[in-house]
Design a protein around this ligand. Structure first.
Ligand SMILES: CC(C)(COP(=O)(O)OP(=O)(O)OC[C@H]1O[C@@H](n2cnc3c(N)ncnc32)[C@H](O)[C@@H]1OP(=O)(O)O)[C@@H](O)C(=O)NCCC(=O)NCCS
Length: 187
């Protein structure tokens, strides 16, 4: 998995010792409320450790593209001391809606972001996502989608800030009705 760097951030592989941050992030309702159906907060550190193991093996997912990654987003260290983690940036296969579980991959790639509320309002999600989207396209993907719950205006603003186009609502993914955003190099 390739690490990425922006002006203020590093996007790197998740490590087992990041589990406390993962639990802190995903145990918060304000983070989880628009994710999953139904949304559920994380309760145990063991779930965080398992999540990290899954993320580190994202390349083994069916229909994974070489650029697919789930990065830990960390502030750059200014003083040499370790800087805080701020969130998760995802570039992965998006499941198609369908009858049987688990849902099967659609063949499309989605970009997504989950940031810690202590670090909202600084443009970090937009900065990380813009770099990851550029990386995806430079790696040969000709289309990247993002889906949000209709009420998730904060996430919709990130989509628009990184230049994605709003395509209205779709039922195509995750067995749910989502706002669809897209970037494509195809014309
Ligand atoms: C979606 C989410 C990542 C958005 O976080 P965010 O901090 O609002 O988004 P950004 O990092 O792009 O920051 C933009 C905000 O920072 C402000 N900002 C401050 N300094 C900035 C800077 N240097 N550069 C850019 N923006 C800056 C912007 O004005 C903007 O504020 P506004 O929305 O009030 O106008 C966050 O709400 C989240 O993690 N939610 C929970 C998980 C979730 O729902 N994920 C999406 C599932 S589809």
């Amino acid at each position: 998995m390739k690490s990425l760097e922006t002006e203020r951030l590093i996007l790197r592989q998740w490590e087992p010792e990041d589990a406390d941050f993962v639990l802190d992030l995903y145990s918060r309702w304000e983070v989880q409320r628009f994710i999953g159906s139904p949304p559920q907060v994380m309760g145990q550190r063991a779930e965080a450790a398992e999540r990290i193991r899954t993320w580190r093996n994202i390349h083994q997912q069916p229909m994974a593209h070489p650029s697919h990654a789930i990065w830990a987003v960390q502030l750059k260290s200014l003083s040499g001391t370790p800087a805080p983690l701020v969130g998760t940036l995802l570039l992965k296969s998006i499941p198609a809606s369908g009858g049987a579980l688990p849902l099967q991959p659609s063949g499309d790639t989605e970009i997504g972001w989950h940031f810690h509320p202590d670090h909202w309002g600084h443009g970090y999600a937009t900065e990380a996502a813009g770099t990851a989207l550029a990386y995806a396209l430079a790696s040969g993907l000709d289309k990247v989608v993002a889906v949000t719950a209709p009420a998730n205006t904060a996430s919709q603003k990130v989509c628009l800030r990184i230049g994605m186009t709003h395509r209205g609502q779709t039922d195509r993914y995750y067995n749910s009705t989502c706002e669809l955003f897209e970037t494509t190099t195809l014309h």
